[in-house]
Design a protein around this ligand. Structure first.
Ligand code: NCD
Ligand code: ZN
Ligand code: ZN
Length: 344
């Protein structure tokens, strides 16, 4: 008897689609399995105004292959010059579903991010008033802080102060990588956290032991095994605050396999197969749907998808080692173990 699992069609609550030829190349990889995704605004230049987001949304929809259905949920990139009125208008029209906070310099294309939080106070207060979530790249960027401690220090120095000074602001701690992140989110009311596919699989040894593996390098960087275990526990708990945000972040191989390699793992192609394997190993396949398809819509106040996907277990699944895009080849995340679940 083949084992199979049918779940509501998943959504991806943190996705990088890029633009131009890369967008065209990677979009089908997500649209094949996911109904919707929160689209990250860290283009060059970033998506900062409602007009930028509307134009980007049009480019995404134009890049969708015929016959594929997919709804991009747009976000704005918070800068110190962001106009609260523009944010409110873009949210009220239904165009944007969140605003993204990048501490300046934290990650790929984050140079226009925030340094002085007093300058964004007006925007955060307006967001609290209308219930628009703030998605945060949760790392401090002060050079004295060890890169493995950046997330924990962000919680103490940035996130908790924002929570306390802006009551009612709904916050998603994006791509959490530590037990500290898990514990903080659990301690809060009305907070969400996304967890990536790759952080459920790799720890820092995968990046560094036996030769440096640039395709496992992403930000926040993967931490010790005990943190990975805490993330698996959170994701497979089925509990409300934790939901899937793949952070699938394509970079061409030439820029990953480089003396100053870009941060980002490309997981769109095989995410569901990898997740099924992780949940099965944790004896929690029955919680997969909560993580991929229920908890995210609940946090964002959106309906769950009516459509479903069916995963079936069989012999090892074949997936491409890389996909070809008009921008160049992009290596697909290698979990380091065989995958047995495929999407029918
Ligand atoms: N996660 C990453 O390592 N990279 C992301 C940016 C981000 O989400 O921080 C990217 O845009 O490449
Ligand atoms: Zn990030
Ligand atoms: Zn990201």
């Amino acid at each position: 008897m083949t084992e199979s699992l049918t779940i509501r069609r998943p959504d991806d609550w943190h996705l990088h689609l890029r633009d131009g030829a890369m967008l065209e190349g990677v979009l089908p990889e997500t649209a094949r399995h996911f109904a919707r995704a929160i689209i990250m605004p860290n283009l060059v230049p970033p998506v900062v105004t409602g007009d930028d987001a509307a134009a980007y949304r049009d480019r995404i929809l134009a890049g969708l292959p015929d016959g594929m259905k997919f709804e991009p949920l747009m976000t704005l990139y918070l800068t110190e010059a962001t106009d609260p009125a523009d944010v409110v208008a873009a949210a009220k029209s239904g165009l944007i579903k969140a605003v993204k906070l990048y501490p300046a310099g934290a990650t790929t294309n984050s140079a226009s991010g925030v340094t002085d939080f007093d300058k964004v106070r007006g925007v955060l207060e307006a967001m609290a008033e209308i219930g628009l979530p703030l998605c945060t790249h949760g790392e401090v960027t002060t050079p004295e802080i060890d890169i493995f401690d950046r997330e924990a220090v962000f919680i103490d120095r940035v996130l908790d102060p924002i929570r306390k000074s802006t009551p009612g602001l709904r916050v998603v701690m994006e791509h959490i990588t530590t037990k500290n992140g898990v514990d903080y989110v659990k301690s809060q009311d009305d907070m969400g956290a996304t967890i990536t596919t790759h952080h459920l699989v790799i720890n820092r040894n995968h990046i560094l032991v036996g030769g440096i593996k640039p395709h496992y390098y992403c930000l926040p960087v993967a931490k010790r095994e005990e943190h990975r275990v805490a993330l698996v526990e959170a994701a497979t708990s089925g509990k409300g605050p934790f939901f899937l945000g793949t952070d699938s972040a394509p970079h061409i191989d030439a820029l990953k396999e480089h003396a100053c390699g870009c941060a980002g793992c490309f997981t769109a192609t095989n995410t569901l197969s990898v997740l099924a394997e992780v949940f099965e190993k944790a004896d929690a396949l029955d919680q997969l749907e909560a993580f991929t398809s229920l908890n995210g819509p609940a946090f964002y106040g959106l309906p769950v998808n009516d459509a479903t996907v069916t995963l079936t277990k069989g012999d090892a699944v074949n997936y491409p080692a890389k996909i070809e895009t008009g921008a160049g080849p992009v290596t697909v995340f290698d979990p380091g173990f065989p995958l047995h679940w495929s999407v029918a």
